[in-house]
Ligand binder design. Structure first.
Ligand code: PYC
Length: 331
């Protein structure tokens, strides 16, 4: 019987489950190498933490690791119902608030190592956090795909710590009652991107789709629906998606450095964002939001439990690798 201590929180409605004790030993390499080791050797652990019956498709996991750079408060690897992800904006806010809850960090500025670079957080109080994300950029503008049932769809490909395709809504209002239609549109777009081999500049799949519409009021911003890999939609405005948006706005000359951008989620929660210019046309995004701790739990992994490793997500694009029960996975 193995136990794992986790702390759950939500950031603007999107849950984060931070593994604070009982996670696998991934060694001391850089975070990208450790993420690859986690992906390759500990997929059952990932699934057991996130998937039913202990979790749900919506949860994003955050595995705390020793940072390589001791000036960082922590290293963190993010994962979800179907695999690992690069960065996670709402998750970083959740990690900061969780570490504050544990009294491991105090209000002020802290750095976290992630597999895609170091991010800085400013913890304003118990809940409110500003994340200075990794440099973000638009990779390709006005990319068109022919989407069955929707015709020609045009959008931008951008990096915000994950890869995004950003597309204006084809007339589907971004409201909770349209989640199924938005999901099906976004899945169809993502499938066409894949079929047409439209990828990020590192050859990676564009696995997040961000559908937006202008805000009704006078504030500069958009309301967004973000479909994540694994097909859960982000209840928060999506930190990496907001970063990708800022990169596109900057590239189009539609938002000045330092100006405030309001990114709303499909459920109406908000991140405030701005950017500073960086070299090679990149932007340095700053995203502010709030998180709340919802549970402190000890998860039990009983060897007699036939569903010990979770129910493979019905949204898994490929069958999850299920290595034979090895020492690594049991450790
Ligand atoms: O906030 O960056 C984010 C995020 C990515 C996936 C879910 N949330």
């Amino acid at each position: 019987m193995k136990t794992v201590r986790v702390i759950d929180s939500h950031t603007a409605g999107e849950p984060t489950r931070v593994v604070v004790e009982g996670g696998p030993d991934l060694g001391h390499d850089d975070l990208a190498t450790r993420r690859e080791r986690f992906r390759r050797d500990f997929d059952r652990f990932r699934s057991g933490i996130i998937n039913e019956p202990r979790g749900s498709d919506v949860i994003v996991g955050a595995l705390l690791c020793e940072p390589v750079d001791r000036a960082c408060a922590a290293g963190v690897i993010f994962f979800n119902n179907v695999g690992v992800i690069g960065m996670c904006g709402h998750g970083t806010i959740g990690v900061a608030v969780t570490l504050a809850h544990l009294r491991r960090i105090a209000p002020g500025v802290h750095r976290f190592e992630t597999p895609v670079g170091v991010v800085t957080v400013e913890l304003h109080d118990r809940h409110r956090v500003t994340v200075a994300n990794v440099p973000s950029y638009r990779h390709a503008a006005n990319v068109t795909v022919e989407v069955p049932g929707h015709g020609v769809v045009t959008g931008d490909v951008a990096w915000g710590g994950n890869w995004f395709f950003l597309v204006e809504s084809p007339g589907i209002a971004i409201v909770p009652r349209n989640v199924e239609r938005l999901t099906s549109f976004s899945r169809a777009v993502r499938a066409r991107l894949d079929a047409q081999a439209i990828r990020g500049d590192d050859g990676a799949e564009i696995d997040h789709v961000e559908v937006y519409e202008p805000l009704a009021g006078t504030a500069k911003g958009t309301r967004n629906f973000v479909l994540c890999p694994g097909d859960a939609y982000d209840r928060s405005p999506c930190g990496t998606g907001t970063s990708a948006k800022l990169a596109c706005l900057s590239a189009r000359g539609e938002l000045e450095p330092g100006a405030t951008w309001r990114q709303e989620s499909v459920i109406g929660t908000v991140f405030e964002a701005s950017y500073a210019p960086a070299e090679r046309g990149r932007v340095l995004p700053r995203i502010t939001g709030s998180a709340y701790v919802t549970a402190e739990s000890t998860l039990i992994f009983d060897d007699d439990d036939p569903l010990r490793d979770g129910i493979v997500s019905t949204n898994a694009p490929h069958p999850n690798p299920r290595p034979a029960c090895g020492e690594r996975e049991r450790s």
